[in-house]
Design a binder for this molecule. Structure first.
Ligand code: ATP
Ligand code: MG
Length: 295
């Protein structure tokens, strides 16, 4: 085991609003640099909760367990520190930030990321002359990444996600990832809402970003994304636990048979898989301003 591995041990998480109601009931997972792990599972099983818990969303509390990454006790770090360390979450429901242009947002995010965990008092990343990304370099970088994702450059002048279509929001999440070059990327249903061409372009963009230093957690409901982004391991999350893991053939099997046989094998046949208004819960969270501030 290397200290570059993301190691999650027996993680139990509850929403801050309902601290006695555990959503995650003991997650064990290790993602090594260069590996792609897919997480699938019924609606309301806790996938987004896992993503938020890893990112440090204040609406969730860690009841017990451990997360180690890059020599740090990740759970002891605030969300912005985790982002500065190189962790990135592409939201299932990206929120709008009226008044903040995509260009300013990306530039601040890059400067924050470059300043790292311990900021150097001699360097001011908000100032291009004292260590911040120079305008020319920034423009070049964003232009190249937009080309990779086949995005219209006019988007840079618009407000973050304001009036964006569902697919445009997901593409902007990928543009953020592309410019920030994270070392751990969590993609929460980035494929949902994309048309077939956009799915391919985004997936090719993600593939182009893959490198031996980056671990990826891809949360998805659909096997088709995994046709493009080949996972090393597929995990099934149900009722707050990883009930089975396998290769990419597991995703094919789920597509064919649904969750029932796997849930039955785990003794969970009684659970109602779509009981939860997970979308509503997340939409509420999407309004939490602190989330946008972390990246
Ligand atoms: N802040 C919260 N307050 C109360 N309940 C919550 C909160 N966040 C999540 N939950 C509940 O926890 C459960 C898991 O939600 P989560 O969003 O993690 O599911 P998911 O696996 O991402 O589902 P989907 O596939 O629909 O996105 C759901 O029952 C949801 O309603
Ligand atoms: Mg979700």
């Amino acid at each position: 085991m290397s200290d570059q591995d993301l190691v999650i041990r027996d993680l139990h998480v509850a929403p801050a609003a309902k601290p006695d109601h555990e959503i995650l009931k003991g997650i064990d997972l290790t993602v090594r640099p260069g590996e792609v792990h897919a997480i699938m599972g019924p609606n309301g099983s806790g996938k987004t909760t896992l993503a938020y818990a890893l990112m440090g969303h204040p609406a969730y509390i860690i009841k017990s367990g451990q997360v180690l990454w890059k020599g740090h006790d990740l759970l002891a770090l605030k969300a912005d520190k985790r982002a500065r360390l190189g962790m990135f979450l592409a939201f299932q429901y990206p929120m709008a930030i009226p008044g903040l242009s995509v260009a300013s947002f990306l530039r601040s995010a890059i400067n924050a990321r470059r300043s790292g965990l311990e900021s150097d008092p001699n360097v001011d990343h908000t100032d291009a002359f004292r260590g911040g990304i120079p305008m020319g370099e920034f423009r070049k970088l964003v232009k190249a990444k937009m080309a990779l994702l086949k995005m219209d450059e006019s988007i840079a002048a618009r407000y973050v996600n304001e009036g964006f279509s569902g697919g445009e929001k997901k593409r902007l999440e990928m543009l953020q990832m592309a410019v920030l070059e994270p070392e751990m990327a969590i993609l929460d249903e980035t494929d949902s809402g994309l048309d077939i061409d956009a799915l391919r372009i985004v997936a090719e963009g993600v593939n182009a970003m893959l490198n031996p230093n980056m671990g990826v957690l891809v949360i998805t409901h659909y096997q088709r994304l995994l046709d493009y982004i080949t996972p090393d391991t597929v995990h099934v999350l149900a009722a707050g636990r990883i009930i089975t893991s396998g290769g990419k053939e597991l995703a094919l099997q789920l597509e064919k048979d649904g969750y029932a046989p796997i849930l039955a094998a785990a003794g969970l046949e009684g659970i109602v898989t779509d009981e939860a208004p997970a979308g509503e819960a997340n939409d509420e969270l999407a309004g939490t301003p602190t989330v946008g501030a972390v990246r």
